[in-house]
Structures are given as C-alpha cells and as structure tokens.
Design a protein around this ligand. Structure first.
Ligand SMILES: C[S@@+](CC[C@H](N)C(=O)[O-])C[C@H]1O[C@@H](n2cnc3c(N)ncnc32)[C@H](O)[C@@H]1O
Length: 242
C-alpha cells in the first residue's frame, strides 16, 4: 500500500479522538479567536474538528481542508459539524476561495507534508490566501534528534489495564523524516496505524515564511504565551505579511 496524504487520517479516524483527546482546547481557542480578529479562519488538516468546532461555536466563521474523508466524517457527526465548510484536498495547495484573517495548522500537522518542497509550497499558498493584515499560526514541536538511538525509537504507553500502545519510529536525518507506527495491542488483537513526519526547526520555518513574503511576528513556547527559549520543546509561531 502506498502512503498518501489521506493514509494517516483514513487509518486513524476511528481512534483519533481517543488517542489525542482534547488537550488545552479552551486556551487554544482563546488565542485563535483573538487572532481571527472578527474575520474568517481556515484550519489546515482540520481532522475531526476538535479545535475548529469550538472556535466556530464562539461565532468565528471557520473553514477547513483535509485529505481524509474518514476524518471529516467524524467531524460531521459532531455538534455543529454537519454544515462546517470543509474542502477535501491537500493542504499544501490551499485550494479554497478568498482570503482569511487567520490560517492555522496545529499539532505538528504541517510536518505531515513529507517533503521540504511541499512545506515551502504550503507557506506560499497560505500567503496568497491571507487578508492584508492576516496571520498564519503554526503549532509544532522543536525537533529532538537525541530521541533516536541509531535511527530508531520505541516508546511504550499503558493507557488502560487492557491495552499496550507502542510508538515505533525510524529516523532519516538527511530527509528530516520520521516514519512511525502507532501499534495498539489488546485482547481484541493488534492494530497498526502508519504515519510520516518531515520535521523542521523553527529557523527553517522562518526561512520558508520569508520565501513566501511573510515574517515572524511572535513565537511562544506554548499556548500560555510563555517565552520561547532554547529549552522549549514546542512552539506556537505567528507569521504576518512582511
Ligand atoms: C494530526 S491530525 C490533526 C487534526 C486536527 N488539526 C487536530 O489538531 O485535532 C492531522 C490531520 O491532517 C490531515 N492531513 C495530513 N496530511 C494532509 C495533507 N497533505 N492535506 C490535507 N490534510 C492532511 C489528516 O488527515 C488529519 O486529519
């Protein structure tokens, strides 16, 4: 089976919300609502709508793009999801009408574009869909290659008494590519969920922004807007037109 933009979502749709729950939703919605500043918002990789639907419930007009119909079906089944304007497609292309005051991509989803060229294209297409004072928010981890021992990592979790979850990764430092599988082991059997991420350091993202005619306005270490430092494990970065 070839890995495509839809593979992750198609395989994860039924378990996604139970894997990731609702981490810090209200704080994130506060920040997103403020940045939307009364205008329209667009989420890249909208998924099951964990953030888009609460943001829309605040009165913001939220659109979304996702490659996986199965993920969007989950969104449609939730309150407010049936009418949400969602385009099925590749968010590197940002094939939507008009401009937005806020375009955002959460939870490392930008890194699901597995080639540098796709990430650069995404920044360029985002820039073309921003209002004059619009902003692009990226929420992502800061890469930590020390996690990998000879290019491999296995993390084990025990989410409940019946289940073992293993996250098994291989790392290609040349391509900045992490190929991983979530493996769920329980009495019901073994399930495998494939994913690939092409990580980038914040400085590389800033360069992509510059190529697209954007510049960094703010960068926080987390959604509480704490200062971004060399110890930060993640970042929330806000780009605006240069
Ligand atoms: C990690 S999930 C995040 C979902 C949601 N943003 C959230 O934070 O809960 C990533 C989402 O991006 C979608 N996705 C991955 N690559 C994509 C691509 N190239 N184009 C469009 N959607 C993509 C997946 O189908 C999935 O729904």
């Amino acid at each position: 089976m070839d890995y495509t933009a839809a593979t992750y979502g198609d395989r994860m749709a039924g378990v996604y919300d139970s894997f990731y729950g609702s981490v810090n939703v209200p704080k994130r919605i506060d920040v997103l609502e403020e940045l939307a500043a009364g205008g329209r918002a667009l989420e890249l990789g909208i998924g099951t709508g964990s953030f888009a639907l609460p943001l829309a419930a605040r009165g913001v007009e939220v659109h979304g793009i996702d490659a996986s119909e199965a993920m969007v079906e989950q969104l449609r089944a939730k309150a407010g999801g049936a009418e949400a304007p969602v385009t099925i497609g590749d968010f590197a292309d940002v094939e939507v009408e008009g401009t937005y005051s806020l375009i955002y991509v959460l939870n490392n989803t930008l890194f699901m574009l597995t080639e540098q060229e796709e990430q650069v294209r995404c920044f360029e297409n985002v820039a073309a869909h921003l209002d004059a004072s619009g902003v692009f928010l990226v929420d992502a981890f800061v890469p930590d290659v020390t996690r990998f021992d000879r290019g491999r990592e296995v993390r084990a979790r025990l989410p409940d008494l019946e289940t073992v979850r293993l996250d098994v990764s291989t790392h290609d430092p040349m391509q900045q590519l992490v190929d991983f599988r979530h493996v769920l082991v329980s009495e019901a059997g073994i399930r495998v969920f494939p994913a690939k991420l092409r990580y980038a350091w914040p400085s590389e993202l800033d360069l992509m922004a510059r190529l697209a005619g954007l510049r960094l306005r703010e960068r926080w270490g987390d959604w509480d807007r704490t200062a971004f430092t060399s110890k930060s494990e993640g970042h929330v970065s806000v780009y605006e037109r240069a």
